[in-house]
Design a protein. Sequence first.
Length: 434
Amino acid sequence: MKDCISIGLLGLGTVGSGVVKIVEDHQDRLAHQIGCSVQVKKILVKDLEKERSISIQKDLLTTDAYEILDDAEVDVVVEVMGGIEDARKYILHALRNKKHVVTANKDLMALYGTELLRVANENKCDLFYEASVAGGIPIIRSLVDGLAADRVTKLMGIVNGTTNFILTKMSNEGKAYEDVLKEAQELGFAEADPTSDVEGLDAARKMTILAKLGFSMDVELEDVQVRGISSVSSEDIDFAKYFGYTMKLIGYAKRNDNRIEVSVGPTLIAHNHPLASVSNEFNAVYVYGEAVGETMFYGPGAGSLPTATAIVSDLVAVMKNMRLGVNGTSAVLPQYPKEIKEDHEIYFKSFFRFTVKDQLGSFAEITSIFTESDISFEKIIQVPLKHKGLAEIILVTHHASYSAYKKVLENLETSDVVDEVRSYYRIAGEDLDV
Ligand SMILES: NC(=O)C1=CN([C@@H]2O[C@H](COP(=O)(O)OP(=O)(O)OC[C@H]3O[C@@H](n4cnc5c(N)ncnc54)[C@H](OP(=O)(O)O)[C@@H]3O)[C@@H](O)[C@H]2O)C=CC1
Ligand SMILES: N[C@@H](CC=O)C(=O)O
Ligand code: NA
């Protein structure tokens, strides 16, 4: 066994700087856990002259990835540079050079996880990615190890810190969407291109990874129905509150027998559901297992040190495997063939907001549109907007199928009495038995 493990770091941004800090600050603890010291040998960056948030020896930095990937002394490559094509190329090169890899890259793992894990296995290398979902929360390890004996039937997650931060500040402090997004970018939570945060893609990538592990099926990004938060208005948030709900960007994955649904979208959660109180950049993943029942994993989902903690824990796992000589053996292939539910098999409650002509018969017409699709109302209010000759209707339905909602939305859009469908959201967390 070596007396020092060498790490090659690809990236020294928000997460990479945290990794350097934790490795430096926790030398004693690491040495105690793995029986030797750990050093960061080389770090890939784009710009050698850039001012760094941590003090770092200049000669550790390089702009040539192959100085790390082809260095025989580097044992583990930590990929925290982000992006897809270069990161994939570098990780494949590292694995083929028999280097273990730890990554925080959910974009990559959601798209190429199967390929990368296969190559890791062929080369007897570890490929760990705990930081890729819900930052510092050990959710991947919990699904892979902690709940290994159970059959997971439902996962509900707040898995994007940026959007949770935005919705929390809009809801609690009445701040404007654009201002809070800027704040989240300044705090280092947002992706380089924050469109993937606000349009739900980042959360969809994470749900792909979670659903794949939770349901043991080869779930792919294209299986996830995605909607972001960019069109959520403060009026939607206020009406949702009035009805007893909190607006969250929720990743939802459910299995009935072996048929699954996976989606991401702005969703109303009852105020008393544990996910409703998850605020700011915090993440939480609710997991329902047939034997264990309800569990919830909560913690910081983004940010430098929390995310770096997950990376360094993966490093410890790699190093323990090195000591035991069992690297590259822990990834398990999916057990079941994937079956995606059709729209008529997906059931949930919904929230609608639309304006109608304030005239005799409007309400009867609305009622008949919903009745034709077998959807009944649980709560409904009508607010007159007298100056425009319009009224606004806000309602919550009982459970109905996704195909029925699609039909209702189409009929509302084309109805003569409807002026505008302002918003439509799924309600989740009240359907444990559906
Ligand atoms: N920020 C967070 O809270 C979280 C991030 N992640 C994931 O971690 C990864 C890193 O995120 P983050 O630290 O925020 O990103 P940053 O943008 O802060 O850092 C990226 C780093 O990688 C370097 N880099 C990027 N592209 C290249 C390239 N082509 N060649 C050489 N160097 C490159 C940059 O160099 P330079 O500094 O010179 O520009 C920078 O140091 C991403 O995959 C992200 O999705 C996961 C969980 C949480
Ligand atoms: N941009 C991401 C960072 C962590 O994955 C987020 O906001 O959650
Ligand atoms: Na995690």
